[in-house]
Design a protein around this ligand. Sequence first.
Ligand SMILES: [Zn+2]
Length: 260
Amino acid sequence: MFTDSHCHLTYLKLDNHDHQPQNLLNAMKSANVSRAMAIMCHYDEFDDIKAWVDRSDEALDIGMSVGLHPCQDESVLAGVTVEKLLSYNHDKVWAFGETGLDYHWDDTKKVAQKHSFATHIHASQSVKKPIIVHTRSAYHDTLDLLTAEKCEHGIIHCFTEDYAFAKRALDLGMYISFSGIVSFNKSDALREVAKKLPLDRILIETDSPYLAPVPKRGRDNEPTYVPYVAEALAKVYDKTSEEMAEITSRNFEALLSQYQ
Ligand SMILES: [Zn+2]
């Protein structure tokens, strides 16, 4: 049974599924995907994501995150408070985020991004739920903020950094999640990093609709493709993709129950 630890269900076009959410859920079950975390990037998305969560059944458990992506408007990031984030908290909120730092497209709102990132960490710590970290072109600031805030419970999502980054995150207590990027031909360096990581601290994700794994590259990604991410990692660790499914699902459960 596979766990997709990071997908944006509300961004999926569902062209392959007659635009019917239930068809996608049935396809996920057929692909042995039994759990998925639907990620929130803005308050506006809460109701639509919650509707996906409410479609969970005994064969497919969907949880969600609550948070603001670092690429949101500066005023939105600057205005976030712990109280605001916690006002969205409920049983099926499994994590806070995705938050973090992204200086790739715009490095003029670093102060607001750092405020938002730290606020998400404080919210996550107050209810003992993990944080989901997005980092892009912000290597040192991300690690420094995680360290300063003693953030020891969460996921570095869509990991593409080097071993030194992974080691510092692991030493804090974080988990490392791999997306379809680990299946790309050009990703030898990333696979070399993956090889050195402890198996009990890795997760898999689609980040759908982005980053479809080989052999679906170039198409819209969806959670039914998470087994391809497992397959790419299985080669790295000399395991079967079924073994990777079990390992990463167990890790996800351990992460959610870490402080419960
Ligand atoms: Zn994402």
